[in-house]
Structure formats: structure tokens, C-alpha cells
Design a binder for this molecule. Structure first.
Ligand SMILES: [Mn+2]
Length: 319
């Protein structure tokens, strides 16, 4: 499939590059790496994301080229969709994007069912950024400092700063070659992890009041309501890191972060330690992700939602 995708890119001239709603470092890093590579090849590129680029990723070279609406898709030879487990993850412009004749799907989510005939899904890859590195190399494009910085950010964020179980010796070798190509680990880590707005810490303070445990402390959970966000004037992006904070507690094997999206509608972000497959839990509720990190949506009052999900987690822990 890699060869076929290389062929499509080589023969096309105008591309749309897009990723998922509420973009993370892998989404933004991957679309920008692809943007720089295609530009270096002399192609025309439009980069789309449904949402604004989170503050912490705005240091990435040319992050301001990302647009949030698409006028017409007539002129595109192909769309390259990155880190999207399904087409709908792209957000509001999904219909327009779906109308583009050639759709390239590059992803590493277990739940990606290969929604396009041109699907490059590598569930062993640490991140979509890692797959993009292979693709860019195959295209014969030099890994410039801009490309290296974008991919390093993608890999670093999706591996939790090289801490999660998707960190392999290949991941670290890739990181090393990105540093050789000009990525600056200190500067990137500082931008991503050490520029938290105070409001995010205040939100953490409020959320920690909801910290609760089940199964003798093996399941830890935390809740953020719409009311908390409104009171502080905080944005959904300010909840980043909350779930990892819960996972970092001794004895916690599974961490859950419940975010109230609207009344009686919650997004649950799940994290696990070791070989507890939390993706299975998410899938029971039509969600997905990875073994140690996944997400799903649940409807109902918070106590009922918690009860349902905790029951499912208990079954997985007992396996
Ligand atoms: Mn990813």
C-alpha cells in the first residue's frame, strides 16, 4: 500500500491534508509534516482541521496555515487523512471531503477499519507521525528541520514523552534520527509540557475534588463538568493531562476521565497500565483507541454512566 500511496502523491498536484477533531500532537504534527514534505515536492497543499490549533502546538513551523473551513474540493487530486480511525472523525466538512475521488487513510488506531481503498494502517506504529516518516522517506524528500520538529512532536506526544508501552527501540531510533535532522527535544518538550496556562491548573484543582476510586483503588476516576469550564472560562483543551494524573497514582491500574460534553452526555477517556486492554472497554461503547489509551461516549446521569463503565472495566481487569 505504501508504494501505491507514493504513486498517488507523485502523480498528483493539489492535495488536501486533514486530521481529526480536537487535534492532539500526533494529529497536528502529522498534518504539518505532510504539508512541509508535499510543499518541498512542489505540490499545492491545503491543510484542514475542524478545530483551532491548541496553543501548545502553535510553535510548530507554519501551524498558522491550517484552515478550518473548506470552500470547494473540486480541485484536489486526493485527500490525505491522518490519525482518523474513521472518516467522520474529520468533523463538519466530512461530506465535502468524502466527495474527493481519492482518499488516502493513514493511521495507527486498532479500530481503523480501512475505510478507504487506499488505507495504510499500522497498529504497531507508535503514532501516525512514525508512519508519515516512512512515507516521506519513501517519497525521497529530505527530512528538514521543520519536518523533523513536526514528527518529533507527534511521536513524543503519542508516546507520553516516550513513556507508554508503544515506545519501542524503533521509536527511540526514529526520535534519534529526528534530532539529528534538527528537532530540538528540549525546546519541543518545553513548548508542549511547560507552557500550561494557569487556568489549566485551576481546572485541575476543581477536578481533583471529584477524584474517586473503585476496586480497592485499582480504578481511579475524575470528572469535569460544563459548569467547571464555564466558571473558570476554561476550554476543553485545558483538560489535557488530567487522565494521566490519575493514572500516575500508585495502585491505580485504570484511570478514567469523564468529561461532560452536554447534559447527560459524557466523553470517557481511559488509560491503563501494563497489559490491561482498555480498548476493549471503549469498543463496548462504540469507542476505540489503543490498548493503554482509548475513549468512548456514554449517555445518562454521571452516576449511571460511571456504574456502566466501571462494570465493564471490572470485567476486563478480571480477565
Ligand atoms: Mn495518534
Amino acid at each position: 500500500m505504501l508504494e501505491k500511496i507514493v504513486e498517488i502523491i507523485n502523480s498528483g498536484h493539489r492535495f488536501l491534508v486533514a486530521s481529526h477533531v480536537r487535534p492532539d500532537g500526533d494529529a497536528i504534527g502529522s498534518i504539518l509534516a505532510m504539508y512541509h514534505a508535499l510543499r518541498d515536492m512542489g505540490k499545492e497543499v491545503v491543510v484542514y482541521n475542524h478545530d483551532k490549533v491548541p496553543e501548545i502546538y502553535r510553535f510548530l513551523p507554519d501551524s498558522e496555515v491550517i484552515v478550518h473551513t473548506i470552500d470547494s474540493v473540486d480541485a484536489f487530486d486526493a485527500v490525505i487523512l491522518l490519525d482518523c480511525s474513521e472518516m467522520e472523525r474529520v468533523g463538519d466538512e466530512v461530506e465535502k471531503i468524502g466527495a474527493i475521488g481519492t482518499i488516502i487513510n493513514i493511521d495507527h488506531h486498532v479500530s481503523n477499519n480501512g475505510f478507504s481503498p487506499h488505507s495504510l494502517v499500522d497498529t504497531k506504529a507508535s503514532s501516525t507521525g512514525e508512519i508519515i516518516y516512512g512515507l516521506i522517506t519513501m517519497l525521497g524528500v529530505t527530512i528538514t528541520k521543520d519536518i523533523a520538529t513536526s514528527i518529533y512532536t507527534a511521536v513524543m506526544t503519542d508516546t507520553g514523552a516516550f513513556c507508554y508501552s508503544n515506545t519501542t527501540s524503533d521509536t527511540l531510533k526514529l526520535a534519534a534520527s529526528l534530532v539529528t535532522a534538527g528537532a530540538d527535544p528540549r525546546r519541543i518538550a518545553e513548548n508542549v509540557y511547560e507552557t500550561k496556562p494557569l487556568i489549566q491548573i485551576k481546572l485541575m484543582e476543581k477536578a481533583l475534588n471529584t477524584l474517586a476510586f473503585d476496586v480497592n483503588g485499582r480504578i481511579g476516576s475524575i470528572v469535569v463538568t460544563q459548569e467547571m469550564l464555564t466558571e473558570l472560562g476554561a476550554l476543553p483543551e485545558h483538560t489535557e493531562g488530567l487522565v494521566d494524573l490519575v493514572r500516575s497514582i500508585a495502585g491505580v491500574d485504570v484511570a478514567v476521565f469523564y468529561q461532560e460534553m452536554s447534559k447527560n452526555n459524557f466523553k470517557a477517556s481511559l488509560r491503563s497500565k501494563g497489559d490491561i486492554d482498555i480498548e476493549k472497554v471503549a469498543r463496548e461503547f462504540d469507542g476505540g483507541g489503543h490498548i493503554n489509551a482509548s475513549a468512548c461516549r456514554l449517555e445518562g446521569a454521571i452516576d449511571a454512566v460511571k456504574g456502566k463503565l466501571t462494570g465493564s472495566i471490572m470485567r476486563i481487569i478480571a480477565e
